[in-house]
Design a protein around this ligand. Structure first.
Ligand code: CP
Length: 337
């Protein structure tokens, strides 16, 4: 493992992450990728620690890859799903978290439909003086840090598989296309990708990309990189895709739409769906990402999604295990076992 100084106790948002922290995660992930290529894919790093996956909202990739990551690190894992829990009998979120604390949980991985729930649990653990770490696995429309970090690793390791690092993205053009308004993935990726020095171009119909996104990073007042980030918004897809090195397309989050924001899915696909033909606007070796789950034929054509020449979608899922091992290792290895 690389020798890394890591001081962060919870991972709730990428808003204040530094380049040093991004590079620590990228290097640690590369080391765990090597572990995962061995015949025995397990290390004793978190032996004796308990990792609880508290998922109050459905998930396939995030929950399974956090569980697998914890098991590869030899931690004991607990899986919670609200539909089969005592929350159906009226137990509160904080009492649920305290129940897992009482069982000796060291790390809580939390997903919730409401923004701020991981933060509230982390605040309560800190107030109680407990050393439990909280990892945000996606909260409402707020953030999805581990997804953005696996996206970052996937992109960097395509450029340099041996030494993936943040600086590789300097001056690359990256487009994020789709339902930005409802996307926690976009909100985390905006922090990480602009921290790298890449030019980040957001594209969507105006109903899914309010103008205020142009000020998202520069008005926050929390980043040491303020004023150096390059973020642009477009309501015409071609402007975002022209000469792009990477295109990330996002799922239309119909479950979060409270109004009729689009004339039809067919028109959306015609205007903003990513197809092979539209990739002609990009650099010839452009790569396409999608965090999943995918609405095939809506935000991306089915044939492009399955085309290994362009699509990094399966690599993103694979990277997710090593990235989550790195996150659990970095916040878990400082704990007494
Ligand atoms: N990308 C993502 O968060 O997928 P899941 O909802 O399947 O975890």
């Amino acid at each position: 493992m690389p020798t890394t100084t890591w001081n962060r106790h919870h991972i709730l948002s990428l808003a204040d992450f530094t380049p040093t922290e991004y590079n620590a995660i990228l290097q640690t992930t590369a080391s765990f990728q090597e572990v995962l290529s061995r015949r025995t894919k397990k290390v004793p790093t978190l032996q004796g620690q308990v990792v609880a996956n508290l998922f109050f909202e459905p998930s396939t990739r995030t929950r399974s890859s956090f569980e697998l990551a914890a098991k590869r690190l030899s931690a004991d894992t607990l899986n919670f799903a609200s539909a089969t829990s005592s929350m159906t009998k009226g137990e509160t979120i904080l009492d649920t978290a305290k129940t897992y604390l009482a069982m000796g949980c060291d790390i809580m991985v939390i997903r919730h439909t409401c923004a701020g729930v991981p933060n509230a649990i982390a605040t309560e653990m800190d107030r109680l003086g407990e050393r439990v770490s909280v990892l945000n696995a996606g909260d409402g429309q707020h953030e999805h840090p581990s997804q953005a970090l696996l996206d970052l690793f996937t992109i960097c390791s395509i450029i340099d598989p041996v030494n993936p690092r943040l600086e590789l993205l300097k001056d690359k053009k990256i487009a994020i296309v789709g339902d930005i308004l409802h996307s926690r993935v976009a909100r985390s990726n905006i922090w990480s990708l602009t921290a790298s020095g890449a030019e980040l171009h957001l594209a969507a119909p105006p109903t899914l990309l309010p103008k205020l996104f142009a000020d998202y990073v520069n008005d926050s007042g929390v980043s040491e990189l303020n004023g150096k980030r390059k973020l642009f918004i477009h309501w015409r897809l071609e402007d975002a895709l022209r000469d792009a090195d990477f295109v990330m397309t996002l799922r239309l989050q119909k479950e979060r739409m409270t109004a009729h924001l689009l004339p039809s899915l067919r028109e959306y696909h015609q205007m903003f769906g990513i197809t092979r033909a539209k990739l002609d606007w990009c650099k010839p070796n452009v790569k396409v990402l999608h965090p999943g789950p995918v609405n095939r034929g809506v935000e991306i054509s089915s044939d492009l999604m399955d085309d290994p020449e362009f699509s990094l979608i399966q690599s993103q899922v694979t990277s997710g295990v090593a990235v989550r091992m790195a996150l659990l290792y970095l916040i878990g290895s400082g704990k007494a076992v």
